[in-house]
Design a protein around this ligand. Structure first.
Ligand code: AMP
Ligand code: MG
Length: 338
């Protein structure tokens, strides 16, 4: 859903080493970035058909929840001024529910209604960067924000906005959801060993071509070069990294991140440069990684520990990187590389 995401897979494929004889590899553009799939094919697989199905699936997801598609279900919901119940598709409901839970967990540090602030800072669909909004513009956007203004109903599935001008932004979670959905599709093809990646949000199941758990790189949060900070081994897990170091603008030597603190109305500004979360699904990992990045190293680590999340933090201090991680993250870390 945005251009400069953290493409870990570029490096994870490098780590995969040569000779992945039987594994098929599919890729293509989506959500302002690239999807990459590696999978051990089931016996009678038609790779072309699978590629088509993946492309279709991604188109459907974008048509449901992308704010970059003016005609998507979510864009129509955002434009709808009604404060009555509005019917919503089960898929949109699933992602809204997950996003709302993370909003509640973080008391609005992650906020599913942050869209007006993202847009006013020029990081939304009509991106016009490199400008600090006026105090009035920030205040006006902030007034429209509050996950508490959003109600969800299961039967029949519907959404209710308590304020007519609520604008929902699912960019911090939709890529992860798309990754999970591709995983489900692969399983329908009876594929059990696979890695799916969309711009750094990924799902790893089963084993890689070497018969081992998948080996994934965590990038150094450096905007100038791509280098590896750590590697992890995962299987049957979702993983996501949120970073401060690719999508930003600079004015007078000051960086303005695309991650906005809804409480201040300003882009986050702290020494935490990236957060990686490993969780049961890519969608969860995606939302939680963004949430922890907004919270910053201290509050983020505290919440991650309380919630027993597997989280890994990289801070920039005096031009060098330091790390922190929760106890639940330790089993994934590879001893060999740093
Ligand atoms: P991610 O790359 O998953 O960390 O998501 C980043 C995107 O999330 C941004 O481009 C914004 O559209 C959106 N976003 C920014 N700040 C927040 C926030 N505080 N809560 C939820 N989403 C946010
Ligand atoms: Mg995210």
């Amino acid at each position: 859903m945005k251009e400069h995401t953290i493409a870990l897979l570029v490096m994870s494929s490098l780590l995969g080493g040569c000779g992945e004889p039987d594994y098929l590899s599919l890729s293509g553009p989506t959500m302002g970035t690239t999807f990459v799939i590696k999978a051990r094919p089931a016996s009678s697989i038609n790779a072309e058909q699978l590629q088509q199905h993946v492309t279709q699936l991604l188109a459907t997801i974008n048509a449901t929840m992308s704010t970059y598609d003016n005609n998507s279900e979510l864009s129509r919901l955002n434009r709808n001024p009604s404060t009555e119940w509005i019917d919503a598709s089960p898929e949109l409901m699933l992602v809204l529910r997950a996003a709302l839970e993370v909003s509640e967990l973080s008391q609005g540090a992650f906020d599913v209604t942050v869209g007006p602030l993202v847009n006013v800072w020029g990081f939304g669909p009509n991106r016009q960067k490199d400008q600090i909004p006026s105090a009035d513009e920030i205040a006006a956007a902030q007034q429209r924000i509050g996950y508490q203004q959003l109600r969800l109903r299961n039967n029949p599935p519907a959404v209710r906005k308590q304020r007519s001008d609520i604008y929902i932004d699912l960019s911090a979670i939709a890529k992860g959801h798309a990754v999970d959905e591709i995983g489900t599709l692969l399983e329908r093809y009876e594929i059990t060993d696979y890695l799916v990646d969309i711009g750094g949000e990924l799902l790893a199941k089963g084993r890689n071509a070497q018969g081992e758990n998948w080996r994934i790189a965590i990038e150094k949060p450096n905007s100038e070069e791509r280098a590896i900070q750590r590697t992890v081994r995962i299987s049957d897990r979702g993983m996501a990294t949120s970073g401060n170091y690719r999508n930003f603008f600079e004015l007078k030597g000051q960086r303005y991140s695309h991650i906005i603190n809804p409480h201040s109305g300003w882009p986050i500004k702290h020494d935490l440069a990236s957060v990686t979360v490993i969780s049961s699904s890519a969608m969860q990992a995606d939302a939680l990684a963004t949430m922890l990045l907004v919270l910053g190293a201290d509050k983020g680590l505290q919440l991650a520990q309380e919630q027993q999340l597997a989280a890994f933090f990289i801070m920039i201090e005096n031009n060098s990187f330091t790390e922190k991680s929760t106890a639940a993250f330790q089993p994934y870390l590879q001893a060999s590389t740093k």
